[in-house]
Design a protein around this ligand. Structure first.
Ligand SMILES: Oc1ccc2c(c1)N[C@H](O)CC2
Length: 116
């Protein structure tokens, strides 16, 4: 017989987003991602990176209820790391920080989701 699907509990997804963002901001490798890239002083950035994103902008969006669910939030966090990989060599300070932050984020949100 078909197993009854467990109803999804989305009520605490925004609380999970706040915890995840606080953990990202507190990480020692967060420094390249804390505020918007000053693209006026970074040649090529505005041309190459179509959708800039950073942790302070994500916090603003979270505060203004612009994330409908955890998935939309994760899309923006991954945008931060994908922009970083696009613009920085893997073998650079910022490139390495981006890889470390992405690994940390992936581990952290899967931990939090398994708690449910
Ligand atoms: O050398 C530089 C100078 C500025 C930036 C980067 C590297 N990478 C950041 O992703 C964007 C800003």
């Amino acid at each position: 017989a078909k197993k009854a699907k467990k109803p999804k509990d989305s009520s605490n997804e925004l609380a999970v987003c706040r915890v995840l963002l606080a953990d990202l901001e507190a990480h020692q490798d967060a420094w390249p991602f804390l505020s918007p890239v000053r693209h006026k002083s970074v040649p090529g950035y505005r041309k190459v990176i179509k959708k800039p994103m950073d942790f302070s902008t994500i916090k603003e969006k979270l505060t203004n209820n612009l994330y409908l669910n955890l998935e939309n939030f994760i899309v923006d966090v991954n945008l931060v790391f994908n922009n970083c990989q696009r613009f920085n060599e893997d073998d650079s300070e910022i490139g390495r920080a981006g890889h470390r932050m992405r690994r940390f984020f992936d581990k952290r949100w899967t931990e939090l989701l398994h708690l449910k």
